[in-house]
Design a protein around this ligand. Structure first.
Ligand SMILES: *[C@@H]1O[C@H](CO)[C@@H](O)[C@H](O)[C@H]1NC(C)=O
Length: 368
C-alpha cells in the first residue's frame, strides 16, 4: 500500500514545529537566560540528565534505522520524534535550566552541552525533512504509483543520516561523561587547564628574562634564513643587561609563580578531587553552616583569575615597569594565599594533611 499523502504532509508539519521548539529550547539555555523558577528541579539533576541522554541516544539510533530502511514510514517516524520531544528533550532542558544545586560552573557547562546536543538532534530532524520532501515531490509529480517504488535513501542521504546520528551520539557520550564525573570531575578538569595556562605564562616570562638584550653580542648571522623573529613581529621590549631591579622582580616572580603552580596541584588533589558529590542529603545538611558549593565557587574564581593576572604581570615586564610588576605580583600572591586559606579545612570542616601543608606553603610564599 502506498503511504497516504497526508502522512508525509503530517510528518513535514511535525518537523517544522519540532524545529521551532528546538529554537525555543536553545534560547532558554543561552548563557544569559535566567533560571526558570517555574520548572521544579529534579531531585537529582545529574541523574536525570544522564537518564534523558541515554534515552535520547537510543531513540536516535532507532530513528536513523527507520530513515535508512525503505520504505519511509511517516507514522513510525512521527511517533519517534514526538516521543523524543515530550520525553528526553523536555527532561534535558528542565534539568539544565532548573534553579538547582548544580552550582554555577556545572550549570553553565551542562547548558553548553545540552545546547550542543539539541543542535545535533536538530540536524537529524533536518535529515527527516529532506527525505520526506523528496518523497513528497515524487508523490506530487507521479502520483501514488511513483511514490510506491521507494528505492530508499540515496547515498548522499544515507551519509547525511549516519553523520548526523554520529554527532548526536558524540554529544550524548560527552554529556554522560560530564554527569558521571560530577562537579568534582568538572572542577578538576578546569583547574588543570588553568594550571597549565599559568605555567605556560611563567615559562614565557622566564624565557623573556633569559633573552637579555646584549648590544655587545654579534649581530645577525646565526638567526637562519628568516632572521630574527622578534624583529619581524615587533616583539616586546627586551630586558636590559643593566636593569638589575627589574631582573630581581622577574626572578622573584618566576619563583613565586612556580610555587602557585604547586599550590594548584595540591588544591586539585586534596580539595577538588575530594569535593563531595551533591545529594539532597548534603544540600540539606549544608543549610546550617557555609554551603560547600559557595566555597567551591569562590575557590574556582580565584583559580581562574590567577592566570589572567600573570598575563597582566607579563605586560608590566614587557613595558619594563618594575613598580607595576611588583604590584601585580603582590596581587597574584594575595589571591593564592586567599585560595589556600579558604579551603584550609576539608569539606567536612576538619583539619587534614592539606591544613598543615597550606600553612607552611603560605609561610614559604611570604619569605622574601
Ligand atoms: C576531613 O578530614 C577528617 C579528618 O582527617 C576526615 O575524617 C574526614 O573524612 C574528611 N572529610 C572529607 C570530606 O574529606
Amino acid at each position: 500500500m502506498p503511504p497516504k499523502p497526508a502522512s508525509l504532509r503530517t510528518l513535514l508539519d511535525l518537523t517544522s514545529t519540532t524545529l521551532a521548539l528546538l529554537t525555543h529550547f536553545q534560547s532558554s539555555l543561552s548563557p544569559t537566560a535566567t533560571a526558570d523558577a517555574s520548572i521544579p528541579p529534579p531531585p537529582n539533576p545529574l541523574q536525570a540528565l544522564k537518564a534523558c541522554t541515554s534515552l535520547l541516544k537510543s531513540h536516535t539510533t532507532t530513528l536513523s534505522l527507520l530513515l535508512l530502511t525503505p520504505p519511509l514510514t511517516p507514522s513510525a517516524i512521527i511517533t519517534k520524534i514526538g516521543d523524543v520531544s515530550s520525553g528526553p528533550l523536555t527532561g534535558l532542558v528542565g534539568a539544565a535550566v532548573a534553579e538547582g544545586e548544580l552550582g554555577d560552573l556545572m550549570q553553565a557547562e551542562v547548558k553548553v552541552q545540552v545546547r550542543r546536543l539539541l543542535g545535533a538532534w536538530g540536524e537529524v530532524v533536518g535529515c527527516v525533512v529532506r527525505l520526506a520532501e523528496r518523497r513528497k515531490k515524487l508523490e506530487d509529480e507521479g502520483g501514488a504509483a511513483q511514490a510506491k517504488k521507494d528505492d530508499g535513501p540515496t547515498e548522499g542521504e544515507r551519509q547525511a543520516v549516519l553523520a548526523a546520528t554520529g554527532v548526536v551520539w558524540e554529544a550524548c557520550d560527552a554529556l554522560v561523561k560530564l554527569c558521571d564525573g560530577g562537579i568534582a570531575g568538572l572542577v578538576v578538569r578546569k583547574a588543570e587547564e588553568w594550571r597549565s595556562v599559568l605555567l605556560d605564562a611563567v615559562e614565557e616570562l622566564k624565557e623573556w628574562g633569559d633573552d637579555v638584550d646584549d648590544d655587545d653580542a654579534e649581530e645577525g648571522g646565526s638567526d637562519g634564513e628568516f632572521g630574527d623573529e622578534d624583529e619581524m613581529f615587533g616583539a616586546a621590549n627586551k630586558l636590559g643587561k643593566e636593569d638589575k631591579e627589574l631582573k630581581e622582580v622577574l626572578d622573584k616572580s618566576v619563583k613565586k609563580l612556580k610555587m602557585v603552580g604547586v599550590l594548584y596541584q595540591a588544591l586539585i588533589k586534596r580539595r577538588l578531587k575530594t569535593f563531595p558529590s551533591i545529594s539532597p542529603a548534603t544540600a540539606a545538611s549544608a543549610k546550617g553552616h557555609k554551603n560547600p558549593m559557595t566555597t567551591l565557587e569562590e575557590l574556582m574564581k580565584l583559580i581562574k583569575s590567577m592566570p589572567e593576572q600573570v598575563d597582566d604581570l607579563a605586560s608590566a615586564f614587557y613595558d619594563l615597569d618594575a613598580d607595576e610588576a611588583k604590584t601585580m605580583l603582590d596581587k597574584c600572591c594575595g589571591e593564592a594565599k586567599s585560595a589556600a586559606t579558604l579551603v584550609k579545612q576539608n569539606w567536612s570542616g576538619n583539619d587534614d594533611e592539606f591544613t598543615a601543608w597550606s600553612t607552611k606553603w603560605v609561610d614559604a610564599l611570604n619569605a622574601p
